[in-house]
Write a protein that binds this ligand. Structure first.
Ligand code: SF4
Length: 447
């Protein structure tokens, strides 16, 4: 019999990367299995799970201010919610959160959230608990079945990272690289398709490092897994993110040429264009080797859309070295890319490096970089006008009869007409914008 003060409603707020969003969805499913329902929009929840990200500066301070705001609102409403802190700040701060925030009942790391239900049972009885254990594989085995999902769904296949880029906390908050077993992934992919997925994005902090043994006992890498998942009936599209240049092998390049269900989109972070800066970042590749690698991918799939990640203002980065980043961008012509100012993360080698760059210099460099990236994204969208392509309908658009979906090149496309969420439709791209394209639904659209 559940104690009377057991939470009836929950809200899971996920910050940061797609893997955190995936973890947030899994935590929500687990709470659903406990009979707890999502709190209606705008209403306070009995249980709030802050699924935190540790990548940005002052990430931990932001969590403490969120906790303060939630417990103040609870006090004013005369009903204190149960608060759980999950994700990478929970992993990095652990017990410290308990000391600083009496309002928090549960602190759970990214590899231990499968224990949230039992922590909740304790919290309802007033027992506060912290769990930052790292049993990555065990976690997945303990998670409930995927019952409902979106047409474009996510599947974590790999966790952790062994690269130790000098600016990054992931190896410390997510642990060493682990690959989920091949058989578990095939089973979960089939369940996702049964639950409504038409597209699956394979997720990992370093997804290209995935390896396993297939059902014939042969050792396979990411390419082998992708080819086998492409045989799953009802699965129309496959994507993967996030990769590291050092783990991109010939077989993965070939898969972009021989596996039609693998979408023509590659997200491959580079971070900077200067070899001296890349070395100081411990990125284990040069600008030249990165460019040559992209050339080989483009040779395998001519219409491949490229995406990247960039950091400006890494300690010691000179004006000339920043120009090398702009030169690399000019050469690659990204279809889209993410760019950030360097932010020192506690416990990372770069945080104590000399020559930390002044904020106004970082601001100026980020503006110039984003102007170049936006120019190329617009050019890529313009070059797509006139093409007819398959769009996966993901949700309703702003206006009646309008739909929004993604092209094979991960562009947002909106169109009007007779369609439904989950449909794969043929659309002619008729107008380009900076972040999306307008399309015209073709006759006999649904494929
Ligand atoms: S490869 Fe990515 S996740 Fe791994 S340490 Fe580098 S930036 Fe972090």
């Amino acid at each position: 019999m559940k104690p009377t003060n057991s939470p009836k409603t929950y809200r899971v707020k996920s910050f940061g990367c797609q893997m955190n969003v995936y973890d947030g969805e899994r935590m929500a499913e687990m709470l659903g299995e406990q009979g707890i329902v999502p709190a209606p929009e705008g209403e306070d929840a009995d249980l709030v799970v802050l699924n935190t990200c540790h990548i940005r500066e002052k990430a931990a301070e932001k969590v403490y201010s969120d906790i303060g705001r939630i417990s103040k609102a609870g006090a004013e409403a005369g009903k204190q919610p149960l608060i759980a802190v999950a994700g990478c700040v929970a992993q990095a701060e652990g017990e410290e959160i308990m000391k600083r925030s009496p309002a928090v009942s549960m602190v759970v790391g990214p590899q231990a959230y499968h224990r949230l239900p039992e922590m909740l049972d304790k919290a309802v009885k007033g027992e506060r608990a912290t769990d930052t254990d790292m049993p990555a594989i065990a976690k997945f085995a303990a998670l409930p079945e995927r019952r409902r999902t979106n047409p474009a769904s996510f599947l974590t296949i790999q966790e952790g990272c062994d690269k130790f880029c000098t600016y990054c906390v992931v190896p410390y908050t997510r642990g060493a690289e682990i690959s989920r077993p091949y058989s578990d992934l095939v089973i979960e992919a089939k369940k996702l398709v049964d639950a409504g997925a038409k597209e699956i994005t394979l997720l990992g902090q370093n997804v290209s490092a995935w390896s396993g043994e297939n059902d014939k006992g042969h050792k396979v890498g990411l390419a082998g897994l992708i080819r086998d998942l492409a045989k799953v009936e009802g699965l129309a599209r496959i994507r993967y993110t996030t990769s590291h240049p050092a783990d991109m092998d010939d077989d993965l390049i070939a898969a972009h040429g021989d596996t039609p269900k693998l979408m023509p989109f590659l997200h491959l972070p580079v971070q900077a264009g200067s070899d001296r800066v890349l070395k100081a970042m411990n990125r284990s590749h040069t600008a030249e080797s990165y460019l040559r690698l992209l050339e080989r991918f483009r040779a395998a799939r001519a219409d491949l859309a490229l995406s990247g990640d960039f950091i400006v203002g890494f300690p010691g980065e000179s004006d000339a070295e920043f120009e090398e980043t702009l030169a690399l961008v000019d050469e690659v012509e990204y279809a889209q890319a993410f760019s950030f100012k360097y932010s020192p993360r506690p416990g990372t080698p770069a945080a104590t490096m000399d020559d930390q760059i002044a904020r106004e210099v970082m601001d100026e460099r980020l503006q110039r970089l984003q102007a170049a990236l936006n120019r190329d994204q617009m050019a890529f969208n313009h070059a797509s006008v006139g093409k007819t392509c398959e769009v996966l309908v993901e949700r309703k658009g702003k206006h009646p009869g309008q739909w929004l979906g993604k092209s094979p090149w991960l562009q947002s496309v909106w169109f009007e007409g007779d369609a439904a969420i989950g449909d794969l439709v043929q659309v002619e791209l008729v107008e380009a914008g900076p972040n999306s394209l307008a399309g015209k639904l073709c006759e006999m659209a649904v494929v």
